[in-house]
Design a protein around this ligand. Structure first.
Ligand code: BG6
Length: 464
């Protein structure tokens, strides 16, 4: 890892579209979005922002915006349409075209293997709750390494084992829409095992490159400093951060985390023979998705519940109780976006110092950071000053953390262009480039796109 990566990120289901093209198989998200049942904002990723056809324009714009890196994910069902299929050469050719385009524009690709979308037959067979999905994922990862390993230097196995399982099995707003933490922990265990298994395979193949996992991580904070609050913070750190990061970096779960889980759940799916895979499959770097902090208070009463604001209506409130662990608190004095995300850039500094403490020898890449907003196109322009302020704050705090010894190797804005925001639909926008969905998905760079270009130039100059 040499040059600092300045880029932006997308994921396949959120931007590609082309859902029935190129011999692609159907995924869990195709299935979910086509069923009205649990789809709060009833839209699909069938077309999304048509990156499947317009990737060249998107990568060219990214490069013209001064960025030197593009993080994207491979759609599993373009490579293997379902768990039984042979390799789909059209899918391989598509991602080779994307990599050719990155090369043409001097952009370093950072490739995520799994960003929430899996073959629907695996999903219907239990998805990550089923150990067979681990084997299927490792097979798929190997196909990707063998086909693209010579040209991809930065790999990420899995995107957000915490947040994905939190939504799928905690909040219940992502498929399979379950609210049962015992199923969450099982699915997360298998995701982490799949990641470690894929890393072991990658190393066997001896490519020149680096491989990590992408973890949404949070600076855990509280408004009160006393013993009970500190205990709640410790529990929240285990619940959101260390259950993933300790395994990725050290190859083992924190002992007190396992003790806590064992009080309530059957953990017989954790097999002795997996320990060696976890130990061998540790990461070269940790990808960190950083959006906001987690404000914690002690658990008082009530059943576990995780209510999410997916409407951005300014009325629905996020609220979380994890029985016997902690509750989430709210600071009435901080600014929030319509979905309740705090605009608090210093959180990344606090988080990075904490990561340096816990994992001093592991380089960090900030693989996502961004602000969701109802952007408006006025006279052909989007003047997203709020986003500029937010991102600028994050970058400055990251630079400060670097000065204090944090080993940060890259920064990616979420997202390269507007895209499908999962259960939040299309109106919640994060892009540096506006997509005019009403007008042939026209690409219109926002004020933040031009600001980011200048910011990168300045930062590169400072580094000289
Ligand atoms: C991250 C995901 O959790 O946050 C992205 O990796 C996602 O896929 C992003 O889009 C923003 O979250 P949301 O739910 O607002 O789209």
């Amino acid at each position: 890892m040499d040059k600092f990566l300045w880029g932006s990120a997308t994921s396949a289901y959120q931007c590609e579209g082309g859902w029935l093209e190129g011999n692609k198989g159907l995924s869990n998200w195709d299935d979910f979005c086509h069923s009205e049942k649990n789809n709060v904002n009833p839209v699909t990723g069938d077309v999304a922002c048509d990156h499947y056809h317009r990737y060249e324009e998107d990568i060219r714009l990214l490069s013209e915006g001064g960025q030197n890196a593009y993080r994207f994910s491979i759609c599993w069902t373009r490579i293997l349409a379902n768990s039984q299929s042979t390799v789909n050469q059209e899918g391989i050719a598509y991602y080779n075209r994307i990599l050719d385009t990155c090369e043409k524009y001097g952009v370093e690709p950072l490739v995520t293997l799994y960003h929430y979308d899996m073959p629907v037959d695996l999903f219907k067979n239990g998805g990550w709750e089923n150990r067979e999905t681990v084997t299927a994922f490792i097979r798929y990862a190997k196909v990707c390494f063998e086909n693209f390993g010579g040209r991809v230097k930065y790999w990420a196995t899995i995107n957000e084992p915490n947040y994905e399982t939190y939504c799928c099995y905690g909040r219940g707003n992502y498929p399979p829409n379950v609210r049962d933490l015992s199923r969450r922990w099982k699915a997360m265990y298998h995701l982490l095992l799949a990641s470690a298994g894929a890393i072991v395979e990658y190393r066997k193949l001896n490519y020149e490159g680096t491989i990590g996992l992408v973890s949404d991580s949070y600076s855990i904070e509280s408004l009160v400093d006393n013993e009970q609050y500190r205990e709640a913070m410790h529990n929240a750190d285990l619940f959101y951060n260390r259950c993933v990061n300790d395994v990725a970096v050290y190859g083992e779960f924190p002992a007190d985390f396992i003790e806590k889980l064992a009080l309530d759940y059957d953990l017989s799916y954790m097999k002795k023979e997996d320990e060696e895979i976890f130990k061998k499959g540790t990461v070269d770097y940790l990808g960190i998705n950083a959006y906001d902090r987690t404000l914690v208070k002690p658990y008082t009463s009530g059943e576990t519940c995780m209510i999410a604001n997916n409407t951005g209506d300014g009325v629905t409130k996020n609220s979380t109780i994890i029985k016997n662990w902690f509750e989430l608190d709210e600071d009435p004095n901080t600014q929030k976006n319509a979905w309740g995300c705090e605009l608090y850039p210093k959180s990344v500094y606090n988080l990075l110092l904490d990561l340096k403490d816990k994992y001093p020898n592991t380089p960090i890449i900030i693989t996502e950071n961004g602000l969701g907003y109802y952007d408006e196109l006025v006279d052909g322009k989007v003047n997203d000053q709020y986003r500029i302020e937010f991102l600028n704050g994050f970058i400055d705090w990251i630079r400060q953390a670097q000065k204090e010894g944090c080993d940060v190797r890259g920064y990616f804005v979420w997202s390269t262009m507007d895209l499908y925001s999962w259960i939040n639909g299309y109106k919640k926008r994060y892009g540096l480039v506006y997509i005019d969905y009403e007008n042939d998905n026209k690409r219109i760079p926002k004020a933040s796109y031009y600001w980011y270009k200048k910011k990168i130039e300045e930062e590169l100059k400072n580094d000289e």
